[in-house]
Design a protein around this ligand. Structure first.
Ligand SMILES: *[C@@H]1O[C@H](CO)[C@@H](O)[C@H](O)[C@H]1NC(C)=O
Ligand SMILES: *[C@@H]1O[C@H](CO)[C@@H](O)[C@H](O)[C@H]1NC(C)=O
Ligand SMILES: *[C@@H]1O[C@H](CO)[C@@H](O)[C@H](O)[C@H]1NC(C)=O
Ligand SMILES: *[C@@H]1O[C@H](CO)[C@@H](O)[C@H](O)[C@H]1NC(C)=O
Ligand SMILES: *[C@@H]1O[C@H](CO)[C@@H](O)[C@H](O)[C@H]1NC(C)=O
Ligand SMILES: *[C@@H]1O[C@H](CO)[C@@H](O)[C@H](O)[C@H]1NC(C)=O
Length: 831
């Protein structure tokens, strides 16, 4: 919360009249007094005196001239503020620019070693304040420049790193607080030891490591990709090592800043909203915390717990490890001793380990690299230095391998030295696996062909029937879908008799409920396995399309927070889906029920919120298909034996292509109370509509109240409006369900409410992506201020709980379905 305010600083620059000197430089006999400013030639930056926030201190700084909120990018005297407005910036005898106080005492100086009788200080268009010798014709010769002494902001054109000749290291130091530019506890800068890397530190403690440059990006920042906003470059030669970026379109304002809370983030300015918008977080999630899993541990954010040992390694202290204390990491099952038969195992998709003590050679190839490693008994691993063009160069690690994690994309390959016995074991298991794969492939191909033929048969029959009635339009995409079905259906087929027997002939006692497109039954297979059986109702208008969709989608999705599809059955014109059975039914039967809700204490609820967020993130981002759920609600969240949440019902999900995040739909499906405004009104759905539903769900879980049907004696707002109101009145905790008051963790509750409100904001572009939401929930990063939620007054928007039966109403309203506003700016959070 605090964090973002920094970027919206309204400082008291304007406490009295400002005189702009209308120049971009001052000469030897000139000065800048408090109240006067100079501006860069293009008018982008301004330099002068200011007081941040409520502080009464005066500082000399540089800020964006055109940005009304007054975002400061550089401060001269951050640790030596002036207490009055009598300060002056002028040149001292040696040609040094100095800041003097009312008694002419020097409080800050450029302290340059080079001197000149005719100095000129100029504020360049880049926001760089430079001092030059006025008689030097070479305008690029600087005696001093502010870009060499950054405060907390890394601007385009700045060389962010080390000059090896002079030893100058340019790094960021956070402000102490939002009103206090003095040096805070966080720094971010280049560490040239071994293979150079950037580190984020709190005092001397390491928080985050970018990893080394691999030719394309830093090994720990898979999100750093070519993008439409800026180009970037890493320069590494005998004289300099630095990172640099340039804006592609100079009218887009973008900066990287190290916040007072230690968040290293990139922001871009959005004119329309007059605000800074988070573009990229250097730390993506918990796995980015330095050495979270200890030596030889590897962090995978999709696992729970996230920490695991690399193959061939075991926890050093299993008890600690079991208790989620991973600091001591893992050790080898079998130590290597530089003997015969030793070799390397390959690990891929990895953030390569800390390279501070690594050795490297830019030209050596991988074969030579391996040989080098084998020759030195303390060498534990090797990898390519540069991943371009199939890889080149060599890195060798000695000793422990620290701070590794797994990435879904843009991970790298490392080869880790293993004892001969481990190599042998790995060879054996690989052989076995190969054999298994062959058998499984043969079997599943057989099944798939069989299944597909059956489906074709059923579909053809069904279509014929419908056509006769003349009630269905031929969808030209259908042929294509069928083609897709052919490749994708690799699901076990159950026969109808088995299912009928398992559910006691679909008896009423076994009926669990009525889903969007048919009843759901509990069943027990002969071997005792419990299953949930969803029977596509014959009169359902949603019918075949949704069925196909659901089968195709679900069968591909594997995540611990998604309900698993075990198989399907297509026989006798029956279309049936078989899921894993969830003994604890759905979330709504707990949180909205007086008696049951006590069973879900706060830690469980928080775990459920986190689980749903990860499941949804997987759907949106990580699964091969990229899915928008479109009907996320409490009754679609099922709970397993341990109350782990599993998202169900993908009947309405639409897969969308890799880079599309928004699509038009000519049919609005979903449930009021959970539907985002842009979806309900315009039929525009995007991943941000799911985020909205998620936000509603979070607020429902926290409050134990339904959004729809919510009532309050004091006002006419729905749950969202109520939460928003409490939040603004600074009493958000009153939203919390009475039942969990005793078990609650206040900061988690506040964070959940805050994230919930961010997710239900009116405008889709304001809502975080699920990746950001997951991060917000699981770490201490600062949160932006939420804006007004969508639909916070329309309590009685539509009476029916589910829209499923109202489809036609919605679609015949012809609510400009094909006229989606395309204003959703794609979040380049991945760029
Ligand atoms: C500054 O003022 C001094 C004395 O008034 C003069 O000698 C000198 O030439 C001036 N320098 C410049 C650059 O104007
Ligand atoms: C001005 O600065 C000098 C040197 O830092 C210091 O000794 C003096 O007390 C300051 N004067 C005021 C009025 O702050
Ligand atoms: C200038 O340099 C001197 C000596 O190197 C040092 O004591 C002083 O703190 C420096 N002043 C500033 C403002 O950096
Ligand atoms: C910074 O560190 C100092 C000493 O380590 C500590 O007293 C102070 O509270 C810290 N400040 C912040 C904002 O964390
Ligand atoms: C790097 O490797 C190349 C090729 O193997 C070799 O010629 C060169 O001497 C190596 N450089 C160093 C510093 O080891
Ligand atoms: C192995 O490499 C380390 C680190 O570079 C070095 O200190 C050591 O001398 C090497 N040992 C041998 C036997 O080459």
């Amino acid at each position: 919360m605090v964090g973002l305010k920094v970027f919206l600083l309204v400082f008291s620059l304007f406490s009295f009249a400002i005189i702009s000197l209308a120049v971009d430089s001052i000469g030897a006999n000139q000065s800048i007094k408090d109240g006067e400013t100079i501006a860069s030639a293009d008018g982008d930056f301004e330099l002068g005196f200011f007081s941040p926030g409520s502080s009464g201190n005066r500082y000399v700084g540089i800020w964006y001239k055109k940005i009304s909120s007054g975002t400061v990018v550089w401060v001269a005297n951050r640790n030596t503020p002036l207490s009055d407005t009598q300060g002056q910036l002028l040149f001292a005898d040696q040609g040094n620019l100095v800041l003097v106080n009312s008694t002419n005492g020097i409080v800050w100086s450029t302290n340059s070693s080079s001197t000149t009788a005719n100095p000129v200080a100029q504020l360049l268009d880049t926001g760089n304040l430079v001092v030059r010798d006025g008689s030097d014709d070479n305008l690029g010769n600087f005696l001093w420049q502010s870009f060499d002494y950054p405060t907390d902001t890394f601007l385009p054109g700045m060389k962010y790193g080390i000059n090896l000749v002079t030893g100058l290291n340019r790094y960021l130091t956070s402000w102490k607080g939002i009103d206090d530019p003095s040096s805070g506890n966080y720094t971010n800068g280049l560490d040239p030891d071994g293979l150079p890397q950037f580190f984020l530190r709190e005092d001397s403690e390491l928080l985050f490591r970018t990893g080394h440059w691999n030719g394309l990006r830093f090994t720990g920042m898979p999100n750093l990709k070519p993008n439409p906003i800026y180009t970037f470059e890493f320069v590494f030669n005998d004289e300099e090592i630095y990172y640099e970026y340039e804006l592609i379109d100079k009218s887009v304002v973008s900066r990287m800043v190290l916040g007072p809370d230690g968040a290293l983030q990139r922001f871009t300015w959005v004119d329309r909203t007059q605000g800074w918008r988070l573009y990229l977080n250097a730390m993506m999630d918990n796995c980015d915390r330095y050495a979270l899993c200890g030596a030889h541990g590897s962090c995978n954010i999709n696992n729970s717990p996230a920490c695991g040992c690399l193959k061939g390694f075991v926890p050093k202290y299993p008890n600690d490890w079991g208790a989620a204390d991973w600091t001591h990491g893992c050790v080898r099952k079998v130590r290597f001793n530089c003997g015969e038969g030793e070799d390397f195992l390959e690990y891929s998709g990895i953030k390569l380990p800390d390279s501070r003590h690594a050795w490297y050679n830019r030209t050596m190839d991988l074969k030579e690299c391996k040989k080098q490693c084998l020759e030195n008994c303390s060498c534990t691993a090797f990898a390519n230095l540069d991943i371009r063009d199939g890889g080149s160069g060599c890195i060798l690690w000695f000793g422990d391998l620290i701070d590794m994690r797994e990435f879904e994309e843009n991970g790298e390959i490392i080869y880790i030295r293993m004892a001969a016995s481990e190599i042998e074991a790995s060879r054996l298991s690989k052989r076995k696996k190969n054999l298994k794969i062959i058998i499984v492939t043969v079997l599943s191909v057989g099944f798939a062909i069989l299944g597909f033929c059956l489906i074709l048969l059923v579909l053809r029959k069904k279509k014929k029937k419908l056509k006769m009635k003349g009630s269905i339009q031929h969808d030209p995409g259908e042929e294509k879908n069928k083609e897709r079905g052919k490749e994708d259906l690799e699901l076990p087929l159950f026969d109808f008799d088995t299912i009928s027997k398992a559910t006691d002939n679909f008896s009423q006692q076994n009926k669990l409920g009525q889903g969007g497109f048919g009843p759901v039954y509990k069943g027990i297979l002969e071997k005792g396995q419990e299953i949930a059986v969803k029977r596509l109702s014959k009169k359902s208008s949603q019918g075949i399309d949704e069925f196909k969709n659901e089968v195709l989608c679900i069968s591909k999705l594997q995540h611990r927070n998604l309900v698993k599809l075990l198989g399907c059955c297509i026989e006798r014109q029956e279309i049936i889906l078989i899921y894993e059975f969830m003994p604890n039914k759905s979330l709504d039967s707990f949180i909205f029920d007086q008696k049951q809700s006590i069973l879900l204490d706060w830690p469980k609820r928080f775990q459920i919120i986190n689980g749903i967020s990860r499941g949804l993130l997987y759907l949106h981002q990580d699964s091969r298909l990229r899915i928008i759920h479109r009907d996320l609600k409490a009754s679609n969240i099922l709970l397993d034996y341990e109350m782990n949440p599993k998202i169900s019902d993908f009947g309405l999900a639409r897969s969308f292509g890799g880079d599309e995040t928004e699509a038009n739909t000519n049919r609005v499906v979903g449930t009021y109370g959970y539907m985002s405004p842009e979806y309900a009104i315009d039929g525009c759905f995007s991943i941000k509509s799911d985020v909205f539903s998620f936000g509603v769900l979070v607020l429902e879980i926290v409050s134990g109240r339904r959004n729809r049907g919510f009532s309050h004696p004091g006002h006419n707002l729905n749950l969202l409006g109520h939460a928003w109101r409490l939040y603004n009145e600074d009493r958000p905790l009153e939203l919390l369900d009475e039942m969990v008051r005793s078990s609650c963790n206040t900061s988690q509750v506040l964070r959940s409410i805050h994230v919930g409100l961010l997710c239900v904001q009116q405008s889709p572009e304001d809502r975080p992506s699920m990746a950001t939401a997951v991060l917000m929930l699981s770490s201490e990063i600062s949160l932006p201020q939420p804006k007004k939620p969508g639909y916070f007054t329309e309590r009685n928007f539509v009476e029916d709980d589910s829209l499923s039966s109202n489809l036609d109403v919605a679609s015949t309203n012809s609510l400009s379905m094909n006229n989606c506003s395309t204003s959703i700016e794609v979040m380049y959070i991945n760029s």
